[in-house]
Design a protein. Structure first.
Length: 226
């Protein structure tokens, strides 16, 4: 039986991009905003073609099954560090969060009965490039867009059925998101936000190349500390 494939390249790329982005924003480290965010969304596994049940040897026929989404939670904290000489338009959101991921299948594509599910949780770190638009002052709402790498260290993992996925996998990938940031009345130091986020995993979780996906809506509160 072959060993699950590794994806050291993408993980090294995530780390390298994070270091470059941190170095870019270092001169403005004194102007930061602290944010607290929480959200709920859908998590699922993606495989080229289908999800497989295990154990299954490479020379055996393993009926596939279509993946299904499961509910997932996310909450955490971050620091928004403005990029120097950008007028607050660009910045880095450096965050740590707890996220729940996984996926489920309910039947084989061939019609044979079968079920499986994977439930995991991660301590996830991210460095996202943030761009703010349509903000003429600190007292009006603005559009916020984000993109960048993330890395997740697995905290828990549970499998049900014979789903061919492995536990103890460090996840990593790319995140994109957009939302609205609304300053609170009575001052410009605090604001609330509503955002949509999509996390695409790049690490394979078994020989069948399962990778994670997580799409969520989250709300947050941010306060200027610098």
């Amino acid at each position: 039986m072959g060993h699950p494939p590794t994806t050291v390249g993408p993980v090294r790329g995530v780390v390298l991009v994070s270091v470059i982005l941190l170095a870019t924003a270092a001169p403005a480290a004194g102007q930061t905003t602290l944010g607290l965010r929480a959200g709920v969304g859908s998590a699922w596994l993606v495989v080229p073609g289908s999800v497989h049940f295990g154990p299954c040897l490479p020379d055996e026929h393993c009926p596939p099954a279509a993946p299904e989404a499961v509910r997932g939670l996310a909450f955490g904290a971050d620091l928004d560090v403005p990029v120097s000489d950008s007028g607050g338009v660009f910045g880095l959101r450096i965050g740590a969060a707890y996220t729940e991921k996984g996926g489920a299948v309910s039947r084989h594509a061939s019609g044979e009965p079968g079920a499986g599910a994977l439930s995991t949780s991660y301590l996830q770190f991210s460095v996202l490039l943030r761009a703010r638009a349509f903000r003429t002052s600190d007292r009006v709402p603005s559009l916020v867009c984000m993109v960048g790498p993330w890395v997740g260290s697995q905290l828990s993992c549970e499998k049900e059925g014979d789903l061919a996925a492995n536990c103890e996998v460090t996840d990593a990938g790319v995140a994109v998101g957009a939302g609205v940031e609304i300053p609170l009345p009575g001052g410009s130091r605090a604001s609330v936000g509503l955002e949509g986020m999509y996390y695409r995993g790049l690490r394979e979780h078994s020989q069948w190349l399962e990778t994670t996906r997580f799409a969520a809506m989250q709300v947050g509160f941010a306060y200027k500390v610098g």
